[in-house]
Write a protein that binds this ligand. Structure first.
Ligand code: ADP
Length: 510
């Protein structure tokens, strides 16, 4: 059995564990690849968000430049109105200056509030670039730092590249008034978007009260705010947190699946073991019963044949043979009845007729039924009748089966020259016990746990091995006691004897 089990276990192990193992290894290696891909996709998305913010700031300054691009005289009333309108709408805009591109002469200057000197002129190369754009019909706006502010400049299309328009813009106000609403909208509840000084990393603006730049996931330089950069990160967790969490979750799941497979494997092996043990026990049972039946059958056929052939001369001998036939057929009936009872109980077909029975009166009567049997086996049996009023609810036939089985075993499992059995009735607070004590071979502690299991037989020791039996008797006793709401237990010492106790719930007399 052990070898077959080992074989089955090995096959199961190969069938289940190998693919599982491959799968786990593959999953673990795939995890890090997936992580990389997620990170790539994620940072591309973040970059595109930052790009859209930059694009938006370009649109803002483009709109300013377009509204100032006019064929009218820069000093005229219309331009005055246009710039005032622009100042009113954009707090960040502090000054607008128009100059002749060739002579560098100032043509007009407008201030939002305070007046200051504007003494900056773009480099020739930048102007050439702007001219180039203008030739392709595109009015580009350039930017450069101007003291603590910014200087935006462009060549108005309507002035044919002869004029330079410069705008002085305050950074903080530009961020707060012109960019902040759009950034808040993009950030939503999901991101923190911040603007920080590129050199010092000092946060100048953020959509939340968060200033944890260390956890920023993506950066981008700001096109119209030189020396500034945009940063973005997830509000709740960093990507590293998310990735770790996901990996951990996946790992736990994989481990869970692995554990389930191992448990399933153990479960299957245990079940196979049980089934194999049961098959073994059943085949032993068939062998035992056949063995038990064969002896009485052989005796009956031998003695009846002798009688039929009239080979027996004396009448005493004839009577003796007939007695043997009678006893052996009674034994056969006993065996068959036990098997039938067992199978009836097994299929829940047995019907109990419970009556109120006073065991003090009933027990001696039941034991007396076995007296002939006991004295034929030279067994001395004492029955202590106990206290009066020991009432129980019991089925009379079952009581006989219970006591009969225990007496049978007490006789069978004894190799002492003087076999002694004591049957006692004990009155406990809520129970009534019938105890059957013998001075037989006893049962070792390791077997005591199993003797009430079906088909279980002790095969250690000479007598236990030789004695005939089916391993059903004590299981029958256990099941009948359960149907009576009681139980059976054993106390035994190897070589000294055993005491079996049938424990019934006590029924008070009404
Ligand atoms: P069996 O048909 O083998 O007697 P039982 O279910 O009646 O089956 O008993 C199970 C096993 O318990 C027996 O094989 C025997 O080894 C052990 N046993 C039962 N009663 C006694 C006893 N009085 N003394 C020693 N061993 C016993």
């Amino acid at each position: 059995m052990v070898r077959t089990l080992a074989k089955i276990s090995l096959v199961l192990l190969i069938i289940v564990s190998l693919p599982m193992g491959f799968y786990l290894v593959r999953e673990f290696s795939a995890l890090s690849k997936n992580e990389e891909m997620v990170e790539r996709v994620f940072s591309t998305q973040l970059e595109s968000i930052l790009y859209s913010i930059n694009q938006y700031s370009e649109n803002v300054v483009q709109q300013w430049s377009q509204s100032l691009d006019h064929p009218v005289d820069p000093q005229g009333e219309l331009m005055q109105g246009l710039t005032e309108n622009l100042f009113a709408k954009n707090e960040a805009l502090k000054a607008v200056r128009f100059s002749d591109l060739n002579s560098r002469e100032q043509q007009a200057v407008y201030f939002a509030d305070s007046v200051f000197t504007i003494d900056r002129w773009p480099g020739q190369s930048q102007l050439d670039v702007l001219r180039g754009y203008l030739e392709s019909n595109y009015q580009r706006v350039e930017v450069e730092p101007f003291n603590d502010k910014l200087m935006l400049y462009f060549l108005p299309k309507n002035r044919n590249g002869e004029q330079l328009c410069q705008l002085v813009v305050e950074r903080q106000a530009f961020i707060q008034q012109n960019l902040s609403p759009m950034i808040q909208q993009v950030a939503h509840d999901i991101f923190y978007i911040s603007i920080a000084d590129s050199l010092s990393n000092q946060v100048l603006f953020t959509t939340g009260d968060d200033s944890g730049l260390a956890q920023t996931m993506a950066y981008a330089d700001m096109w119209y705010l030189p020396g500034h950069r945009l940063g973005i990160r997830l509000k709740s967790k960093t990507l590293v947190d998310l990735a770790t969490e996901r990996t951990q979750r996946d790992n736990y799941m994989l481990m869970g699946v692995g554990l389930l497979v191992v448990l399933g494997f153990i479960f299957v092996v245990i079940n196979i073991r049980k089934e194999m043990k049961l098959a073994e026990i059943k085949s032993e049972f068939v062998a035992n019963v056949s063995h038990e039946i064969r002896t009485p059958l052989a005796l009956i056929s031998m003695y009846s044949e002798t009688l039929l052939l009239k080979r027996v001369k004396t009448e005493e001998k004839q009577a003796e043979y007939l007695q043997t036939i009678h006893e052996e057929s009674a034994r056969l009936t006993g065996i068959v009845n036990r098997i039938l009872n067992f199978s009836r109980i097994e299929r829940n077909r047995i019907k109990y007729h419970f009556d109120r029975i006073d065991l003090q009166q009933a027990l001696p009567e039941i034991v007396a039924d076995f007296n002939a049997h006991l004295s034929a086996a030279h067994v001395e049996c004492q029955c202590e009748s106990g206290e009066p009023n020991t009432w129980v609810m019991a089925d009379w036939e079952s009581l006989k089966t219970l006591v009969g089985n225990l007496l049978d075993n007490a006789m069978k499992y004894s190799d002492k020259p003087e076999k002694r059995i004591k049957v006692r009735l004990l009155k406990k607070p809520n129970q009534v016990w019938i105890e059957v004590e013998d001075n037989g071979i006893g049962i070792s502690a390791k077997h005591q746990k199993y003797i009430f299991d079906q088909f279980y037989r002790v095969t250690e020791g000479d007598l236990a091995h030789r004695a005939k039996g089916s391993g059903l008797g004590l299981n029958l006793v256990k099941r009948i006691m359960k149907a009576h709401g009681g139980s059976v237990s054993v106390q035994s010492k190897l070589g000294e004897g055993s005491t079996f106790s049938l424990k019934f719930p006590r029924k008070e007399k009404e």
